[in-house]
Design a protein around this ligand. Structure first.
Ligand SMILES: O=C(O)C(=O)C[C@H](O)[C@H](O)COP(=O)(O)O
Length: 321
């Protein structure tokens, strides 16, 4: 079942949302202390993270997914309502569960363990897609993870992109490569196709190296600009970010914050970047805002809980030299 799903054409629908994100949310169990058997419960899933980060950064945001008819599904609906993320077109599935994942921490950073196979979101299909809802937003946000979780979810993402393109909406793609979900050759082929259709691209340097075979951040930015993106926001992990357009590029230095858990930092960058972009900031100003937001989001455990709000990000930037 999906609520308020309609297939009305773009001309009859006013864009009353800035962005709509589509993908899979997952309940998160985060191990704060490797010596302890207890896990902190939270909420993750890259596109839901991005939607919440964008809403906290000041955008009008909608989210599309399918949830189980379970306690975790109810929690997500409550979370999005609390965060001001419109979830009126979210579908629920009586037979399939909401996905979950575990975050553990080691010397190489965090690692994810998924329990998401046959989840409600992985059963998304183009027949379900509420196209009229996509028309309501100026920009569609998709992520590589959603192409990887199942064949029908992959088809749904391609249909969502087509819908947004035909309606003249912007498309933003986060590569979010998760090789536990699909093979590198498959990811390369499908994400290159998706990147061709994206106006704004946010690859991480690790993803981009694997996907393009290139090493150098400038060469990676050139590659994606050549594919057709207008803006490439390449995040460089603890080395900051590179924002590139056809005309200009700026390297953003990292912010020195005490990092506790980087889960969701990339999604926070994406959400904050898009919120700033959609209120008219140029890509470099949006990049500075996002770079600060992502750093602030690493100061505590969990993908969502430590995400900063617009005022906090601006106050932090005001205090920077
Ligand atoms: O892996 C998945 O499928 C998830 O959605 C789990 C996490 O919530 C995001 O992956 C976090 O993404 P980052 O912002 O790159 O840390």
């Amino acid at each position: 079942m999906s609520l308020n799903a309609n297939g009305a054409g773009p001309d009859s629908v006013e864009a009353d949302l800035d962005l709509v994100a589509i993908g899979e949310p997952m309940v998160e169990f985060n191990q704060r202390d490797p010596a302890s058997p207890s896990f902190l419960m939270g909420h993750g899933g890259d596109t839901s993270n991005c939607a919440i980060a964008a809403a906290r950064a000041g955008a009008r945001v909608g989210y599309l997914t399918r949830l189980g008819w379970d306690m975790f599904g109810d929690q997500f609906v409550e979370l999005w309502r609390r965060e001001g993320v419109d979830c009126s077109a979210v579908g629920r599935d009586e037979k399939a569960p909401t996905g979950i994942y575990f975050v553990t921490h080691g010397p190489d950073g965090h690692a994810f363990t998924y329990y998401r196979r046959h989840s409600a979101a992985s059963l998304m299909s183009p027949e379900w897609l509420p196209m009229g809802y996509i028309h309501r937003a100026r920009l569609l946000y998709v992520s590589g993870i959603s192409f990887a979780i199942s064949e029908s979810a992959c088809d749904t993402m391609l249909a969502a992109i087509d819908t947004a393109r035909l309606a003249g909406r912007e498309i933003a793609l986060d590569t979010n490569l998760r090789l536990g979900l699909w093979s590198l050759p498959r990811a390369r082929a499908i994400l290159a196709e998706a990147a061709r259709m994206a106006n704004i691209l946010r690859p991480s340097i690790d993803d981009a190296r694997l996907l393009t075979g290139l090493e150098n951040p400038d060469a990676i930015a050139d590659h994606y600009l050549r594919l057709g993106a207008r803006i490439v926001a390449l995040t460089l992990g603890s080395a900051g970010a590179l924002i590139a357009t056809g005309q200009h590029r700026v390297r953003l230095e990292p912010h020195a914050v005490a990092c506790v858990d980087a889960t969701g930092a990339g999604d926070t960058f994406g959400g904050a970047f898009l919120a700033a972009h959609l209120r008219g900031a140029d890509p470099f100003t949006a990049g500075r805002f996002a770079n600060a937001a992502a750093a602030l989001a690493t100061r505590d455990f969990g993908a969502v809980a430590p995400m900063p709000r617009r005022r906090e990000i601006e106050a932090y930037l005001d205090g920077q030299p």
